[in-house]
Write a protein that binds this ligand. Sequence first.
Ligand SMILES: Cc1cc2nc3c(=O)[nH]c(=O)nc-3n(C[C@H](O)[C@H](O)[C@H](O)COP(=O)(O)OP(=O)(O)OC[C@H]3O[C@@H](n4cnc5c(N)ncnc54)[C@H](O)[C@@H]3O)c2cc1C
Ligand SMILES: NC(=O)c1ccc[n+]([C@@H]2O[C@H](COP(=O)([O-])OP(=O)(O)OC[C@H]3O[C@@H](n4cnc5c(N)ncnc54)[C@H](O)[C@@H]3O)[C@@H](O)[C@H]2O)c1
Length: 517
Amino acid sequence: MSQFVTDRDQVIVPPMDQYNQELVNNVHPPDWVNPEPAPRYDLVVIGAGTAGLVTAAGAAIFGAKVALIEKHLMGGDCTIVGCVPSKAMIRSSRVVADIQNAARYGIGTSGEISVDFAAVMERLRQVRAQISPNDSAKKFQQDYGVDVFFGEAKFASADTVSVAGKSLHFRKAAIATGSRAAELSIEGLAEAGYLTNENVFELTERPHRLGVIGGGYIGCELAQTFRRLGSEVTLLQQSSRLLSRADEDAAAIVQKTFEQEGIQLLLQSKIQRIERQGAEKIIHYEQDGKEQSVTVDEILVGVGRSPNVENLNLEIVGVDYDEKRGVIVNDYLQTTNPKIYAVGDICMEWKYTHAADAAARILIQNALFAILGLGRKKLSSLIMPSCTFTDPEVATVGMSLKEAQQQGIEVQILNVPMNKVDRAIVDGEVEGFAKIYLQKGTSKMIGATIVARHAGDMINEITLAMTHKLGIGALANTIHPYPTQAEAIRKAADEYSRDRLTPFVKKLASSWVKLRR
Ligand SMILES: Cc1cc2nc3c(=O)[nH]c(=O)nc-3n(C[C@H](O)[C@H](O)[C@H](O)COP(=O)(O)OP(=O)(O)OC[C@H]3O[C@@H](n4cnc5c(N)ncnc54)[C@H](O)[C@@H]3O)c2cc1C
Ligand SMILES: NC(=O)c1ccc[n+]([C@@H]2O[C@H](COP(=O)([O-])OP(=O)(O)OC[C@H]3O[C@@H](n4cnc5c(N)ncnc54)[C@H](O)[C@@H]3O)[C@@H](O)[C@H]2O)c1
C-alpha cells in the first residue's frame, strides 16, 4: 500500500512539501551515487531501519568494513511510518484532550476547540524531517565510514549480495529487512481501499468517519488519536478485549477510557465484507450472532506484521524462513547459515525499535568479536520493556502474569493504584496502577505493568533494576523526589518490605521502642 516511489529519477514521500523534501534529502538523496564496492566487506547489512542502522554504525565504529543497503528510505518504519509520526500525532491529540479537560483545572476556554488537521500533519512532517539527519546517508558514509548503497538487495551467491548492478562480497551478512503491515483478506477490502501505517501519515484531511480494524498497538494508539483530533471512530476487534497481550486490568482501563472518549468499540466482531458506495465504505460484520454494518469514510488496518522475506534469494544461501515468523534465528541471532545473521522485525517476536537496537548490539558482538563461540551474547538474556502510547500509557517489562503462570512460576503481586499517589491526584491523572510481579517467597522481580499517563518513562527504573538483578528492596531504598508519579513504584516496594516483617520481628521492634520510652 505504500505510496513511496523510489526509482532512479524520483524519490517521493507524499505530500512532497519542504519537510518531506528535507526528509528525502537525508534518507534517500535523489542525487546519491552508490560507491564502488570494496573488494570484500566484513559485514554487509541489508535494510537500513533501526536494526540495520545500529548494526552498520556499531560495526563500523569498531573498525569493520561495512556496506549498508536500503531500497527505500533509511530510517525504516520507525522514523518514516512508525514510532516518530505516530507519536507526533499522539502529542497533538493529547493537547486536544488537555484543552477539553481544562475546566477541571479551573481554566476556562472560550468557544469550540478547532483542530487544524492539516497543520497537525505538517507538524508531523516537520518533526520527522528534524529527526532524519540521525539516519542520513551522508552521516553514515562520512561520520561512520559505512558504504551506503540504495537499491533492492538480494543474495547472489554464498558470499555475495547484489544491489543495483553491483556485487558486494562479504565475510558476514546481516538481514535487517523488517516487516510490513499484514494483509487482511476480506471480501471487498482491496477494492474499497484502505489505510495502513504505510500511508496513514500521508493524510492531509481528517477522515470524518474512521473504521479501525485491529485493537492492538497500532489500532489502539491511532483510534484514540484520530478520535481526539475529531474523527468519529469505530474500532473493530476480533477478540473479546483490546490489547490482548496486556494485563487484563490495564486493557480494561484503556477500554473504559476509549468508551468515555466516544470511540465505538465493536469487540468480538467478525468482519464479513466491505462494500464501497460512492465515497463511503460499509463494513459488514457479525457480532453476537447478528449481522450488522457501520459506514465510514476511511478504513485503517492494523492487524499485525508480515516479515519482508521475499525476493532476497534466501534459498540459495541456505537461510530458513517462515512467511509468518520471518527468518529463523537461534538465540545468537544466527540464521541456518552460520555466516548470515538476522536482526529486528524480520526475525524477532519483540517488534520494537528499542528491541531492534538492543539486538543489533548483540549481533555485532556475535558476528564480529566472538571467537570459537566464546563471548557470544544471547537474545533471551535481554530484559525487554514496551509501551503502548495510549492515554493513559500501558508499559510493561519482563514477564506478564499470564506468562509467569504458563511457566509455573508462583507470583506475588504488589499493586499500587495511581489514586493513592499524591502527584497523580494533584495532576488529576489517577487512572492506572503500578503492578510489580515477584517470584513468590523471594525479592526477585520477574515483571511489571504500569498504567499511567507517562508509564513509558516510569517503567525504566524497574527495567534498570531487573537488568542489574536488583531485588525489590533496591527500589524501596531508592529516594524518589516528592511528589512524583514514580513514587507508585517505591510504594509498591514498601508494600513488600511491610509484608516481609514477620510477627516476631514486629514484636521485637515494638518491645525495643517501648523499652526506650
Ligand atoms: C505505526 C507504528 C508505530 C510504532 N511505534 C513504535 C513505538 O512507539 N515504539 C517502538 O519501540 N516501536 C514502534 N513500532 C515498531 C518499530 O517501528 C519496529 O519494530 C522497527 O522499526 C523495526 O526495525 P527494523 O530495522 O527491524 O525494520 P524496519 O524499520 O522495517 O526496516 C527495514 C528496512 O529494510 C528495508 N528493506 C527491506 N527489504 C530490503 C531489500 N531487499 N533491500 C534493501 N532494503 C530492504 C526497508 O525498506 C526498511 O527500510 C511501531 C511500528 C509501527 C508500524
Ligand atoms: N508503541 C509501540 O511500541 C508500538 C506501536 C505500534 C506498533 N508497534 C509494533 O507493531 C506491531 C504491529 O502492530 P499491530 O497493532 O498491527 O499488531 P498487534 O499484534 O499489536 O495487534 C493486532 C490486533 O488485531 C486484531 N485482529 C487481527 N485480525 C483481525 C480482524 N480480522 N478483525 C479485527 N481484529 C483483528 C488482533 O486480535 C490484535 O489484537 C506490534 O506488535 C508492535 O510490536 C509497537
